[in-house]
Design a protein around this ligand. Structure first.
Ligand code: KG4
Ligand code: ZN
Length: 328
């Protein structure tokens, strides 16, 4: 069946992921090795250990995925690899692997922005996005609001000045002794409380940029001043402030940009409260809600492989520089 697949490699943070995806977004194979246990005792990702773990896992994972096509590399049209943003040591493991395999097999290698992968992830397995679309990416690493008129025409409306939404959830969860990763636990606790405290909504009035560190410190101050405060109420009030900021910016963007669908991706999209908010906004505006399966919402190589298909037909040179910034 010719060179009909792209091999994707993703090693930007703490997951080693390799996938095979066809032009239509069908995932032939996707294997992800999590480093969760390695980092759990540090309460966060430890870069040096992450790079070493990627080095150990990456080739066995490539091997495993290739079994799905009987290791017939003739099926490969290209290799796509995350070139950033992410941990530099981790990125280098993935990029070196991709370049070496490309050289050995005689395949072109494309560097792909990780965020672009997330933005394309809803079209894995089946096409879910109807364009033009407004996309909100809320993960542990990133917060991004984008308008897309096609798979490749992306306007970044705003990003965060400091912490991401997921990071903020995790840090507040830690203040409340909820363990790691704290987001889901905090989300659950919030549903048992009442939003009786009025926390600040940073930058809610203007534009599309986000900031969450002020909200985080305000929660910390309250817990310091009043250690006996009802924790569920604090959690509920914190979540209410986050959702107010996110909802306000999304509604503002829907007022200014034409959109047929509202897409929410990233780990925080697992929150039932976020999902309710999206449903509410869509019901009011007549925009189609798009909440892709959570399996593709978290870091994976299938989204990188799919994003690579957007490049293969262009004659632009392969860009393997790492991207520390937001250039998509
Ligand atoms: O996309 P993701 O798996 O990792 C990154 O690539 O960043 O996102 C992980 C983030 C964590 O901060 C986690 O606490 C948060 O998503 N998260 C949630 C929920 N489930 C995961 N946050 C709020 N409510 C949830 N139910
Ligand atoms: Zn990610």
């Amino acid at each position: 069946s010719g060179a009909d697949l792209i091999l994707g490699i993703e090693t930007s943070c703490d997951d080693t992921s390799v996938a095979l995806v066809d032009r239509g977004g069908r995932v032939i194979a996707c294997e992800t090795v999590s480093q969760f246990d390695i980092h759990a005792e540090f309460g966060g990702v430890f870069p040096e250990l992450a790079s070493r773990a990627h080095l150990e896992a990456v080739l066995p994972t490539v091997d495993k995925v290739l079994k799905a096509i009987d290791s017939d590399t003739g099926r490969l049209r290209a290799i796509g690899v995350t070139r950033g943003p992410g941990l530099i040591g981790s990125l280098i493991v993935g990029m070196n692997t991709a370049q070496a395999l490309g050289l050995a097999w005689g395949k072109p290698v494309f560097g792909v922005n990780h965020l672009r992968g997330h933005l394309r992830s809803p079209d894995l397995d089946e096409k879910r996005i109807t364009y033009p679309a407004l996309l909100l990416l809320v993960s542990g690493g990133h917060t991004l609001l984008c308008h897309m008129t096609s798979t490749t025409e992306i306007t970044v409306l705003g990003t965060t000045r400091d912490d991401s939404v997921g990071e903020t959830y995790d840090k507040v969860a830690r203040m409340l002794d909820l363990g790691m990763p704290g987001g889901p636990a905090l989300d659950r606790l919030a549903r048992a409380g009442r939003a009786v405290h009025r926390f600040p909504r940073p930058m809610i009035r203007e534009g599309y940029e986000f900031s969450f560190s002020g909200l985080k410190s305000s929660v910390a101050r309250m817990l310091e001043k009043d250690p006996d405060v009802d924790r569920a109420d604090v959690a509920a009030s914190f979540v209410a402030a986050c959702l107010d900021v996110l909802g306000t910016k999304v509604r503002r963007a829907l007022g200014e940009y034409e959109a047929k669908s509202l897409v929410v991706v990233g780990g925080v999209a697992a929150s039932p409260q976020i999902r309710d908010l999206v449903g509410e906004i869509c019901a009011k505006t007549g925009v189609q809600p798009c909440l892709p399966p959570l399996k593709w919402a978290t870091d994976n190589a299938a989204m990188i492989a799919l994003a690579t298909w957007d490049y293969v037909d262009r004659s632009e040179p392969t860009d393997m520089r790492t991207v520390p910034s937001m250039s998509l």
